[in-house]
Write a protein that binds this ligand. Sequence first.
Ligand code: NAP
Length: 315
Amino acid sequence: MEKIYDVVIIGAGPAGLSAGLYAARGKMSTLILEKDKTGGQISTTNEVANYPGSIENATGPSLVARMVEQCKEFGAEMKKDTIKEVQVEGKIKVLVGEKETYKAKTIIMAGGASPRLMDVPGEKKLTGKGVSYCATCDADFFTDFEVFVIGGGDSAVEEAIHLTKFARKVTVVHRRDELRAAKSIQEKAFKNEKIEFIWDTVVEEVKGDGLVESVVFKNVKSGELHEYHADEEDGTFGIFVFVGYLPQTELFKEILDMDKAGYLITDDNMNTNVAGVFAAGDCRVKSLRQVVTAVADGAIAAIQAEKYIANVFEE
Ligand code: NAP
């Protein structure tokens, strides 16, 4: 007989893994699907200093590895597949993947968010060739080189600090004259002698034949353009882009309620507008997108899924 899972979770970031842990521990048959890298955004973060209990040597990947181990220990299944279509009208929900079709009594959407692009000429062509969205993954390639960090939020400033361990110079380029990052993070960056700032400036174009060779900056106040060329000896430099994130909710367009930016709307119990479909983590509307809030969402969603199954299927 075809398997019907109690819970299918889309996304294996902290929200999905926490939902998986709570669901499996609650003896529900649980499947966690991930299309990409297990761990989501946190697996690209080097330092996790604000997750309670993680003090020394806590990296994103090490935290994720422990979450995965814990999920599996309680019996959650994990598979790599990309869901292309969902059918949520019936009591049994259907998820059509690239590899398989899955059936479930409940779905927890924990698809997270992905890096926003600068959307300028040359950016896509030179991604992986000097343009990067992950300092943890790529910092090492720029040991003793110069790097630019684009953005002024927590990610940009934290990753700029991390990059100083590798690059000989880090320049943060921000479109305003004031950072968005938390004050505590700003203070650390301002104290770091390897970090410089360029204010009121955006990237207009990235150029290079093979690797990044130059970048065109535009001062948003004066309109002035300035092309920065790689040091002759280096031949290249890095551009790390941290200009925010976009929710990965396309799959549920016209199925679930979303805000203008595409974040899923839920109540406090992670219920979406469709009974039996829950959302957790960075993909939903919320005031704080952190590991600590993602795992809390995941736990709530799993417990609510259990209650929903008891009400709807076990009467
Ligand atoms: P964010 O807070 O949305 O910041 C994005 C930054 O990029 C802003 O400074 C923004 O400028 C700038 N920006 C946006 N579009 C741009 C464009 N097209 N060109 C140039 N600059 C552009 O994103 P984030 O820093 O990735 O943080 C996302 C969430 O994760 C936040 O809630 C953050 O608090 C959280 N986070 C927390 C931590 C931590 O607590 N340790 C670490 C990382 C992330 P404006 O300022 O002018 O809008």
